[in-house]
Design a protein around this ligand. Structure first.
Ligand code: AMP
Length: 369
């Protein structure tokens, strides 16, 4: 049996944003320190870590120095170059593994994998040029969404094609994308979006939080609500497919699975939108509504500790503070059930995630699942 990482050891985290900040904050009570590696000289995680190294993700000399300083390595975002993870994996254990990262980085590879493990996705076709887009539209029909295969987030690198009048914009997306690599997805008429946050450690122990229901504004997550407005059978099915996904990848750490739910038929239709190989914005509610947060769970997984109890003691609504929303902070500070989490970002910018608030309501006998 693989041993747990001893306390006082150092967890290396690639990326210095808010997710690395909250991972660092969760590592401390377990007795671990974090060392942040990122190209920026300041950022949310650098305010709260034990140490940091400033370096590019392709600087092998610096990456080697980083690996020498830490005991285990993880990352806070999936757009990290896979060459960087491949290089570091030869020096230290990196969790989640390289294959999981590569799968989540490329929407085509991801959809192929999801279908291979028997989960349902939107119908899709590989598109690299105008001719292939025309053929894909003939095959899948309209409406459809063209997405870049890599580097997309918060709806960036996407073009909704409602009618043939939108095809010119889609051609533009192909022309402006490296090698034109895109994927066309059939449009899913879903009723709600949920996500499952699941964790696995090297002992193959698996722990799953109840899914949140997610609402977006301008393609950015605005609100996550627990419990989601879905039946227990849909929750159980969603958890089962997340389990199949995490096992198939031999994945260690926290994984987020985003799902579309259509409620038109007797049994809800569950379609996997995408996976994120990291802690996820839709899991921030766990900080104040569960015994163990997604951040602590990720640290436990990658350090090979037993996983924590995912049961919640409260229902919750997580509200993102985007741009000027952060100015409402004094309002939230007067609310007895609001827990505030700011990321320490200096400049307020439109669309920038500045923090979040968790509004909780303890479970009563009526609200207990
Ligand atoms: P993504 O970056 O793939 O998570 O997409 C961002 C958002 O666009 C999702 O949260 C959905 O609301 C919407 N979306 C993405 N793909 C589809 C699809 N195939 N059908 C309908 N809506 C979609």
């Amino acid at each position: 049996m693989q041993k747990s990482l001893a306390s006082n050891r150092i967890i290396g985290i690639l990326g210095g944003g808010q997710l690395a900040r909250m991972l660092s904050l969760a590592a401390a009570p377990l007795g671990y320190k974090t060392c942040i590696y990122c190209p920026e000289e300041s950022g949310p995680a650098l305010d709260v870590c034990h140490s940091n190294m400033v370096g590019e993700y392709n600087d092998e000399t610096k990456l080697k120095q980083f690996a020498d300083q830490v005991d285990v390595i993880t990352y806070e975002f999936e757009n990290i170059p896979s060459d960087c993870i491949e290089f570091l994996s030869k020096l230290k254990t990196v969790s989640p593994n390289l294959n999981s990262l590569k799968t989540a980085q490329d929407r085509l590879v991801e959809k192929d994998y999801l279908n291979k493990v028997g989960t349902k996705t939107a119908p899709y076709a590989n598109v690299s040029n105008h001719h292939q887009l025309d053929a894909a539209i003939t095959k899948l029909g309209l409406p459809a969404i063209l997405k870049t295969r890599t580097m997309g987030y918060d709806g960036k690198g996407q073009c909704l094609i409602r009618t043939s009048a939108d095809i010119a914009d889609a051609y533009h997306l192909i022309d402006n994308n490296t090698h034109g690599h895109c994927i066309l997805e059939g449009f899913i008429e879903f009723d709600l979006e949920i996500s499952v946050i699941i964790a696995r450690n090297a002992q193959n122990q698996i722990a799953i939080f109840d899914p949140s229901q997610n609402d977006h504004k301008d393609q950015i997550l605005h609100k996550a609500t627990i419990p989601a407005n879905v039946s227990q059978s849909t929750i159980d099915r969603a958890k089962k497919l997340a389990t199949d996904i995490i096992i198939g990848l031999d994945y260690i750490g926290v994984l987020a699975v985003e799902l579309f739910i259509s409620t038109k038929n007797d049994e809800d239709d569950i379609i996997v939108n995408e996976i994120a190989p990291r802690v996820h914005n839709s899991g921030h509610w766990t900080q104040d509504a569960c015994y163990v947060s997604q951040f602590e769970q990720h640290i436990r997984s990658i350090c090979n500790l037993p996983l924590g109890n995912t049961a919640r003691h409260s229902n919750a609504i997580m509200l993102n503070l985007i741009g000027n929303d952060v100015n409402k902070i004094t309002e939230y500070a007067t609310m007895p059930n609001a827990s505030i989490h700011l990321y320490g970002k200096l400049d307020i910018k439109e669309g920038r995630k500045m923090g979040h608030v968790n509004l909780t309501a303890p479970l009563t006998n009526q609200t207990k699942p």
